[in-house]
Design a protein around this ligand. Structure first.
Ligand SMILES: [Zn+2]
Length: 214
């Protein structure tokens, strides 16, 4: 679970399932974008069903009757997790049209990172219109290329896939394609035990000692 504050004071939580599904989508991303809606259940953010889109666009099904909090999508191939200009603009546009602080999370297998941002406040129509005028000019540029976003947006969260074991309860990790394996080594002071977190491709993303007490 990851608690964040949606500026200035709205406390929301990304549920374990949501964080794990982000990791899962990143690990599975090859040529096509993957993504899903972020749905509110009280102050919890739950994941919608995952969808596979084109290389640079994806459409999301809704959250049923639950209000939408935003969306997550991956950047395939050369893109890293940095949001594009369009991702930044999308947060403003969706936020304005739905009167919410629309959360956009992006992730990439290149840096194995998830980043989430949202407008600091519900955007107003004039701001969206003025920024929208630069749509063509900003095509293909990252969000950081437009300094206006620094003031309008806040970064809510940034974490690496390898940090997932620290963020979520262990039982849910296999769903992200992360295997949990306990190993022990014989040592002079008796065996020491470690817990390994391994992805589907066999990459060990984290190893931590298991506290055996005294
Ligand atoms: Zn994007």
């Amino acid at each position: 679970m990851l608690k964040v504050t949606l500026g200035p004071s709205k406390e929301v939580e990304f549920a374990d399932e949501t964080l794990v599904q982000m990791g899962e989508s990143i690990l599975r991303t090859k040529k096509a974008e993957r993504g899903f809606a972020l749905c509110y259940s009280g102050n919890q953010i739950l994941p919608g069903k995952e969808h596979v889109g084109g290389r640079s666009s994806i459409s999301y099904k809704d959250c049923g009757r639950a209000p939408k909090a935003g969306s997550f999508h991956t950047h395939p191939r050369d893109g890293d997790s940095e949001p594009s200009w369009y991702d930044g603009f999308g947060s403003l546009h969706n936020g304005w049209s739905r009167s919410v602080q629309w959360i956009t999370c992006t992730g990439s297998p290149k840096d194995m990172t998830v980043r989430c941002h949202a407008p600091r406040d519900v955007p107003d129509g004039l701001t969206v219109k003025v920024i929208g005028k630069d749509k063509r000019k900003m095509h293909g540029k990252p969000m950081s290329a437009d300094k206006r976003f620094d003031e309008l947006h806040q970064e809510l969260a940034r974490f690496r896939v390898r940090d997932l074991p620290k963020l979520v309860s262990r039982d849910i990790l296999p769903r992200a394609g992360i295997r949990v394996e306990d190993v022990s080594f014989a040592g002079s002071k008796g065996p020491s035990k470690y817990r390994k977190y391994i992805t589907e491709t066999g990459e060990v993303i984290s190893v931590e000692p298991i506290d055996q007490g005294t």
